[in-house]
Design a protein around this ligand. Structure first.
Ligand code: AKG
Length: 396
């Protein structure tokens, strides 16, 4: 699902004329109630970007079978019985065991990280009192249409209990937390995310960390892989998320939208599927029946780590406040670098001959140093535009 201009995903958009006709009367009622709620909201539409078309093949590179084999080997080292099918809940998990069994291999829920964060005490009342008049980037879904808006937080909070299965809102704001140091410092580092080569990216194109994801009941993301094929983390502070997680290698069953690009200054392919896995259309997507996935419910205080290359979709069964993050480390950096090269940000032939023998950090530094200047300039501009569009100001 996510995101915005710099490094995020976009809400799936769509217009289905038939269903619009069927839902029209209901939408009128919903629109009237929304109009009342929006009366005092100074809404500003955020910019929409069309994906850049390319004729390159959008498949990502990930040898999942090799990763599984390695996991099986590593399992022998550990005494306890581990599930090999569902998502395990783990506490006191050592970094080595995380790397051996889960990272870039299998999802895991960590149960003893989020509760140590001061942010775990955040409440709706706290945000309303402290930041109610400040704007947040929000997706508003009505029927089959989804649009991005910037709205004052108190407006979102006022609406949150009026959501229905076809009319819901989702705050997906990449800068709300990072631009407020007093909030940012309440999210503590963890051993699982400490090694992060994104920190070596120039700040103009570095993905923002700590995205605020605050959804009403019924809100959901599209089925997608994260940008640059990074490893994602999702920490729930309040509420419940239902996840569907798809092991790699099933693109042909998921009807991945071909040749879509993220449209970021540091470009990447966008791997999104049009299927809503929580209500799949079996007629339109018959092969989906053959796909295998893991389903898991994530509660407040839990952090899910989504391995590189896994398609995932979320459904918030109630009002849910969460923070997402991303990691590029020793176990996924090859995939991330490949995605950056594949999207044409720079040519392979410009890399030094010994590139693949260098340490991961060294490879990242070299690749970053070879990026054209315009990528950084565009990154800087895009970040500012995004921040301004949320504030309701537009750059000239
Ligand atoms: O919590 C969500 O809405 C899903 C987030 C997600 O899929 C992501 O950050 O990649």
């Amino acid at each position: 699902m996510k995101k915005s201009s710099k490094n995020g995903l976009k809400k799936a958009r769509g217009n289905n004329t038939k269903s619009v006709l069927i839902w029209a009367p209901l939408l009128v009622v919903i629109s009237i109630s929304l109009a009342v709620l929006w009366e005092d909201l100074n809404t500003t539409k955020t910019e929409k970007k069309l994906p850049i078309q390319t004729d390159k093949h959008p498949e990502y590179v990930l040898d999942f079978q090799a990763a599984l084999k390695e996991r099986e080997e590593q399992l022998k080292k550990y005494k306890h019985d581990l599930q090999t099918t569902g998502v395990e809940r783990r506490s006191n998990l050592s970094l080595q065991e995380f790397w051996d069994l889960y990272d870039a291999k299998w999802p895991v829920i960590i149960t003893d990280v989020v509760n140590t964060w001061p942010a775990s005490k955040w409440t709706t009342e706290f945000f309303n009192l402290t930041y109610g008049n400040e704007n947040v980037a929000t997706s508003i879904v009505e029927g089959t249409t989804s649009e991005g808006f910037s709205v004052p937080l108190h407006g979102f909070i006022k609406y949150i209990n009026y959501a229905t299965p076809t009319s819901w809102m989702y705050v997906m704001d990449e800068v709300f937390i990072v631009s407020r140091p007093e909030l940012h410092k309440q999210i503590l580092p963890s051993i699982y995310t400490e090694e992060d080569f994104f920190k070596l990216f120039p700040k103009e194109i570095r993905p923002w960390d700590c995205m605020l994801l605050w959804g009403s009941a019924y809100s959901q993301s599209p089925l997608h892989i994260d940008p640059y094929n990074w490893t994602g983390t999702n920490a729930v502070i309040k509420g419940t998320k239902k996840w569907k997680l798809f092991p790699p290698g099933q693109d042909h069953l998921l009807y991945v939208i071909p040749e879509a690009m993220c449209g970021f200054p540091l470009e990447c392919y966008k791997y999104n599927s049009p299927i809503n896995t929580f209500a799949p259309d079996q007629t339109q997507y018959p092969l989906y029946n053959l796909a295998t996935y893991i389903e898991v419910e994530q509660k407040a205080g839990e952090m899910l780590i989504i391995p590189t290359g896994w398609f995932h979709q979320v459904y918030n069964t109630e009002e849910t406040l969460a923070i997402s993050n991303q990691v590029m480390n020793r176990n996924n950096y090859r995939y991330v670098l490949k995605e950056i090269l594949k999207a044409g940000n720079l040519l392979h032939k410009h890399l030094p001959d010994n590139f693949h023998n260098l340490s991961p950090k060294h490879q990242v530094r070299i690749l970053m140093s070879l990026l054209p200047k315009r990528v950084l300039q565009e990154g800087e501009k895009r970040s500012q535009d995004y921040i301004n569009s949320i504030k309701g100001q537009h750059s000239t």
